[in-house]
Design a binder for this molecule. Structure first.
Ligand code: HEC
Length: 150
């Protein structure tokens, strides 16, 4: 019982700490966003090289990188907060905040395809993995087309 009370007290402290945390500054959101894309491309390029055949196929490496991309993709949900359209150098276009529903759909599509790639990578079936990789690459391009400056 005592343990339970302690746990409840602890979780209340945790909740109030979150509630009182100051909102992230725009430049922090932008830095976070760009770091997620850096993580994504860091892992995406070697997978692309394996798909193309310019790097030897390594199933375990592919699996690990696909997990990293899918994980970063989900974290992008917090990376486009209101007000983070400016505050630091950014290639994010104002259209992101002007057409939030369409942008959210593009982000969802990326999260869906990168999760599908992560699951495909566990099958070891190269044809299936390559097809899934192509789908992810398309969702990168579809978002950049409307929402990232050249
Ligand atoms: C939902 C939209 C969206 C998707 C999907 C998306 N991007 Fe981006 N990407 C952006 C935006 C917006 C920026 C500009 C971020 C900024 O500068 O604040 C960006 C920036 C980048 C950058 C530059 C990061 C830096 O600052 O150094 C790279 C590299 C990148 N994306 C690669 C990718 C790859 C690879 C994929 C797919 C695997 C992808 N992106 C998917 C919207 C997207």
């Amino acid at each position: 019982m005592r343990k339970l009370i302690c746990l409840v007290a602890l979780s209340l402290i945790a909740v109030s700490a979150v509630a009182q945390a100051p909102a992230a500054k725009p430049e922090q959101v932008i830095a976070y966003r760009q770091s997620l894309f850096k993580t994504i491309v860091w892992n995406f390029m070697p997978m692309g090289a394996m798909v193309k055949g310019s790097k030897p196929w390594d199933a375990a490496e592919f699996k690990r990188r696909s997990i990293a991309v899918a994980f970063a993709a989900v974290q992008l949900d917090e990376a486009f907060a209101q007000g983070s359209d400016k505050g630091a150098v950014t290639d994010a276009l104002p259209a992101i905040w002007e057409q939030p529903d369409d942008f959210a759909a593009k982000l969802k599509a990326f999260q869906r395809t990168s999760n599908a790639l992560r699951m495909a990578a566990t099958t070891g079936d190269q044809e299936q993995i390559k097809a899934a990789f192509g789908e992810v690459r398309q969702t990168c391009g579809q978002c950049h087309e409307s929402y990232r400056a050249e």
